[in-house]
Design a protein around this ligand. Sequence first.
Ligand SMILES: [Zn+2]
Length: 195
Amino acid sequence: MIRTLQDYRQSGFGGQFAWLDFVNSQERDGFGCLTDHLRNPLWLANFLRHFHLADSLPPSVPLRALGDLREFLRGVAENLAAGRTPGASDLRTLNAALMVPARQKLFQHQNGFRAELFPVRSGWPWILSRIAASLADTLTRYDRERVKICANDGCRWAYYDVTKGSTRRWCNDRTCGNRDRVRRARAAAKRRNLR
Ligand SMILES: [Zn+2]
């Protein structure tokens, strides 16, 4: 059960990219059981805090809009993992989500300057636009070929592969990776017995 920011991070969330955490908010346990974390206000509040999108949960959670955005982002993640680049209609959807007024503010600190983007009006439209912006950030500043989906079909966890040769196949080697090794070992044993 996710209550604190620590629980959130220990449950495999809290990565670098808000949009990937958001995609994974619909979590499959690897055995066909589904958890929708968007329906858990504590998960949502921790998600917002981890990515500095809001200090606390704004009222009236727009579950429908959040679900639609998640479905869109899931499609993009699945496509990227299969080597397909987002198309023109994906870009239209993404740009529509990004169209929320913002202002830039400059800060000075010891070593120089830092610019940050602020909403003209904070709240859910701003939050949705920032989640979409994190995908835009991945596409423009990172290696889109490293966006992957766990090879366990009962899991489908989306992640950014930071391994040197981009060789990671599982969300977690101890769970899904291990399950695959056990399954293969069993299949091999079965084949041996049939001979
Ligand atoms: Zn997995």
